[in-house]
Design a protein around this ligand. Structure first.
Ligand code: SF4
Length: 619
């Protein structure tokens, strides 16, 4: 019995029809792995060739009924493999205009498979608000008119009460309903397909929620060998202090002191990176949260780490405590009030907005205001203002009506604010200052969906280190061919984790590609040799590149915001560093087998079996 379920579910919202379809061919699984790779392939094959030729047109298309949304667990999702509670969603992004895959957790992906499906493919647009109720026995499109306007928490509670505690609810909040391009989809109120606007795509389809449940067994093809390799991976997780202790106790906020010490923590919209004293950092650190406010932790299905933290603070139980949010609403805004930081994250959770983008947007608004470029009515450290503006973004009111569109669009409207808009391809930057780490800037610039630390986990490797990272590459500012090769390796590793689907935090352990190939083979029964797995990772990354090229992205879009190439890091552990992205990009294209225009060379697409796709796309 394989961990692949052998069926997909196709939902046509325009026709109001749901059909079960045959499973996916074994060769396609092998070539695109699952999750991120296969989910996007199901979109590329469906659309054929982008019916647009510029990124702006792509962003518009993303909110049309022609955009397809794929909920795609991976072949390891829902198995006993460590951290296998993860799954992917794929779509054309309304924020970046690129092809995109976001990863989330909880039990949602596992239950998609227990309902019997490898993927749920959603097309078209319903004529009124609806939600999907999917189990092994029934698959139905139900009326969601009475849910429209409700927050994530309210929607989840209503649907859980109606369909039972054992179901898992994925839903959007008011931000998604309004198609705000920073809107996310929340699963079980706590795990978000956060980046690049998945929630807006649901909103554009009038899809409020998906309720999923199932009891079907997820098989394992070779139980003994699977157990053996999984035991090894669990031991490696335990052995490494980051995964075996720090993330388990303090959650992802454990990174605050680490990143601050290295001078990689963005401060005040990256204008004062490094300018946070130890004492100030302590006020919003993992240690502070753990000692004073912790009331519990949450873990995705089958995760021995459990990095999510729930806090009790100022008389409120607040569930959204993560490093990126603590950066975004804390150091990034000159705010050291732990309640404001946590409450702002909680509001993002309620309205259904990506916390990274929202924090970044506030940093843009504050710097624009302080430097006199445009008055958004909010300045550094204004705690009350932070909560007010996050709420306004959530409701699409006041300054939130403009800010909800993301920093790229705001800067287009107010060109004098352009220098403060920290985005790549329209996607807002996350917490890490790319000047301080050669390779991180490159990872951001060449990520298929814009500024994203998760599509090449160089941050983890250069500030936390892994036992497989060559020591000299941990020198953060070194830029040489080895660093470029390592960045490419990390991009490929992320393809695997996003496609299998497993948690990217495994990249912080010495789990190797041989272990991954073995895990894949023993779970699925598909014979996957290590070299084939490496080839598939490279194939997915290059296929994403071809799609983005056909969407009108060019070499000029592979860049970082101007600040990072013109201003040195001003303070702290990385003082004086600057991004050498131009040089890095040139080396990267050569190393990848791309032309100087960033186009995969014909020999490469032939080698990766991507010629058919390339011809179809006309790249
Ligand atoms: S480490 Fe955190 S994000 Fe990763 S699988 Fe575990 S609980 Fe989920």
């Amino acid at each position: 019995m394989s961990s692949i379920m052998g069926k997909t579910l196709h939902v046509d919202l325009t026709k109001g029809k749901i059909t079960e379809q045959a499973g996916i061919d074994e060769k396609v699984w092998k070539q695109y792995l699952g999750g991120r790779g296969l989910g996007q392939k199901l979109i590329w094959d469906h659309i054929g060739k982008p019916p647009y030729s510029t990124p702006d047109e792509a962003r518009e298309f993303a909110l049309s009924p022609g955009n397809r949304f794929v909920i795609m667990p991976g072949p390891l999702t829902g198995t006993p493999a460590a951290t296998s509670g993860r799954f992917a969603v794929a779509f054309i992004s309304p924020l970046s205009g690129t092809t995109s895959a976001a990863i989330a957790g909880a039990r949602f992906g596992m239950l998609v498979k227990r309902a019997g499906y490898d993927a749920i493919i959603i097309d078209g647009k319903a004529d009124k608000p609806c939600y999907l109720n999917i189990t092994e026995e029934k698959q139905e499109i139900l009326d969601a008119s009475d849910l429209w306007g409700k927050t994530i928490y309210e929607t989840d509670e209503i649907l859980t009460a109606k369909h039972g505690e054992k179901c898992s609810v994925g839903c959007i909040g008011p931000a998604g309903e309004r198609c705000a391009p920073i809107a996310c989809v929340a699963h079980e109120k706590s795990s978000f397909a956060g980046r690049t606007g998945a929630g807006a795509v649901w909103g554009s389809k009038n899809l409020k929620a998906v309720v999923i449940n199932g009891k079907q067994k997820i098989g394992i093809a070779n139980k003994d060998e699977f157990k053996e390799i999984n035991r090894k991976i669990n031991a490696l997780i335990k052995e490494k202090p980051t995964t075996g202790e720090y993330l388990q106790t303090r959650g992802t906020i454990v990174l605050m002191h680490v990143e601050n010490m290295h001078g990689t923590l963005g401060v005040k919209n990256f204008s004062e990176t490094g300018n946070l004293s130890y004492e100030d950092c302590q006020k919003i650190s993992g240690e502070k949260f753990w000692n004073d406010y912790n009331w519990g932790k949450e873990a995705c299905y089958a995760c021995p780490i459990g990095c999510h933290r729930k806090l009790y603070i100022n008389g409120e139980f607040l569930p959204q405590a993560e490093y990126e949010l603590t950066w975004g609403f804390g150091a990034n805004l000159g705010n050291l009030d732990p309640y404001v930081v946590t409450k702002a994250g909680d509001l993002c959770g309620q309205y259904g907005m990506d916390g990274i983008s929202t924090g970044n947007i506030l940093g843009y608004a504050m710097e624009s205001t302080v430097k006199g470029a445009h008055d958004f009515g909010i300045t550094w450290g204004d705690g009350e203002g932070i909560l007010r503006v996050v709420e306004e973004i959530g409701k699409g009111e006041g300054v939130g009506a403009e800010l909800q569109m993301g920093v790229k669009r705001c800067a287009e409207k107010y060109p004098e604010t352009a220098d403060y808009a920290m985005h790549i391809k329209g996607t807002e930057l996350p917490a890490y200052d790319p000047r301080a780490m050669a390779g991180v800037d490159l990872g951001y610039a060449t990520s298929p969906r814009g500024a994203d630390h998760m599509k090449s986990y160089m941050v983890g490797c250069t500030t936390l280190g892994t036992q497989i990272t060559p020591k000299e590459l941990l020198e953060r500012t070194v830029l040489n061919h080895d660093k470029i090769t390592f960045t490419i390796g990390m991009q490929h590793e992320s393809v695997f984790y996003d496609s299998a689907v497993l948690c990217l935090f495994l990249a912080l352990t010495p789990v190797g590609v041989e272990d991954m190939a073995k895990l894949y083979s023993t779970a699925t029964g598909i014979d996957m040799e290590t070299r084939e797995l490496i080839l598939s990772e490279e194939r997915v990354f290059n296929a994403e590149r071809l799609w983005n090229l056909a969407s009108g992205f060019t070499v000029d879009d592979d860049t970082v915001p101007k600040r990072f190439t013109t201003e040195q890091t001003p303070y702290g552990g990385s003082k004086g560093t600057i991004s050498r992205i131009k040089k890095a990009k040139k080396m990267f294209y050569e190393e990848r087998g791309w032309s100087k225009d960033g186009v995969p060379e014909p020999w490469l697409t032939k080698y990766l079996d991507l010629d058919e796709m390339r011809t179809k796309l006309g790249v």
